[in-house]
Design a protein around this ligand. Sequence first.
Ligand code: PRP
Length: 178
Amino acid sequence: MENDVGEVLISQEQIREKTKELGRRIAQDYEGKNPLLICVLKGGLMFLADLMREIHMPLEIDFMAVSSYGDATESSGVVRILMDLERNIRGRHVLIVEDIIDTGRTLNYIIENLHTRGPASIKVCTLLDKPARRLLDIPLDYVGFEIPDRFVIGYGLDFGEIYRNLPFVGVLKPELYS
Ligand code: PRP
């Protein structure tokens, strides 16, 4: 599997450092607010698991799985909820945790949907931001790394459901997907 990686874009160490920094900021910003971290599956799983360990305060977590119709490398914008939250978010301070924001369509749908449930606030924390591909302008509150328009895998991100367990963010060798 490691042999399919053309280049390591963000190392395990870089992710670790950045996650600590984000965790500190989030803990300061949400002091006394018992935030609800919402992990968007499946990609956000690894980031949530590491991030929550760096937020040293009481918090809760919940999960949501969505799917956007489209081909393997691009979403279509039509989003469907595959698995919904367990908890009622009315009056809660919600922090959406994502692995990557690409076109922004998935996030836009999630934010609009969550807004209808009456939370006290909604903010976004994403490990990766790929601004070159953005179609919808959505403010991102916490961003780990801005990355170029390349096909990335690892640390939660897949290609054909594989590579999510790589501990770093890498670029797949082009001959494997073109
Ligand atoms: C990825 C990622 C975001 C979305 C970003 O999820 O986790 O949710 O795509 O793309 P967008 O900004 O263009 O909407 P994906 O649909 O691949 O599902 P997964 O997390 O289960 O891999």
